[in-house]
Design a protein around this ligand. Sequence first.
Ligand SMILES: Cc1ncc(COP(=O)(O)O)c(C=O)c1O
Length: 395
Amino acid sequence: MKLHLVKSHNVENHISDNVKTLPPSGIREFFDIVYNTPDCISLGVGEPDFVTPWRISDSGIYAIKDGNTHYTSNRGLLELRQAIASHIKKNHGIEYNPETQVLITIGVSEGLDIALRSIVNPGDEIIYFEPCYVSYAATIKLAYGKAVTIATHFKDGFAIDIDAVKKAITSKTKAIMLNYPSNPTGASISKENLEAIAAIAIANNLIVISDEIYDAITYNGEHVSIISIPGMAERTIYLNGFSKAYAMTGWRLGYACGPEPIISAMNKIHQYTALCAPSIAQYAALEALQRGQRDVASMRSQYLKRRNFITARLNEMGLPCLPPKGAFYAFPDISSTGLSSREFALKLLKSHKVAVVPGTAFGNSYDNHIRCAYATSMEQLKEAMDRMEDFVNGL
Ligand SMILES: Cc1ncc(COP(=O)(O)O)c(C=O)c1O
């Protein structure tokens, strides 16, 4: 057979304008360098270093052995939706109907995408807070929405300025997006601020999209969800998933809970574009919810030790860093180095083989920050901090 190479000329013009103008992820460029740098310690990737707890993986293996390898219902296994509803009821006192108000998604990523596409008409404004997860701006753009960003600042512990939110509301505002504990700052939100956001959402008839993927990795006290504020479960799309808490990033499983009409609208998109979430992962997730809580607690205690260590070391080397209240990211201020966040990350990577992510990946105004993920072993973390200290001292 004669091999035929696929050429790509003349097709660029067919790419949609919306996709053509989508900026590339600020994180990918670094990962490409990391993969090509031997002996590099990566504090770049936002995923647990732990392997999925064996009992969870075993349930996935049994699902395969038992032949549970077919499509499930579009909304996901009812048993899993019931387990999710009980989990939320126990944690937040909110009762979702598993038949109509819970949808199993392909990670929170799909949840975000179909939540936005379900509610956004072209030009609708979505408010969210920077610095934030790299996908928010892109997902809003792909839904033909308009991103309205509100900055939060190191000096305020990255807390939301409620007056700024009030000022940002227009007749086009459709929703407010929240992500607490936050990627990349590790900040959480106070009950007062949740109540203030709730009051704004109710007064202006807005939807809240709450991405709580890091809720189980909360260090000081309990995580409070906006759905537990009176009147908010009725107007919130609650998103969560298994990637972070259960170290299941590759299983690709998440869920969305909310009012029936919105979950039905999301399911409408989901049934055409995804059909259902992976069946094997759904069986594993059921085990995770039913018997995985000790594993979650054990991983959380490891993250806490690492958090205390990395925060102390960063501050000692002159890179002020707030102690993260949740998730597994430190977001130190690097102003003292005089470098831009990109210069810092590139130089550190080239000279000391430690990968961090420039702050600008999470919002243009965060050039004086870097993100260090501490989802890596204590041994690696110690070595990474020694190398970073040497790098900073040598500047
Ligand atoms: C804030 C936030 N939301 C959503 C996601 C995507 O999660 P999933 O693996 O469930 O798609 C991530 C992944 O890093 C994240 O940090």
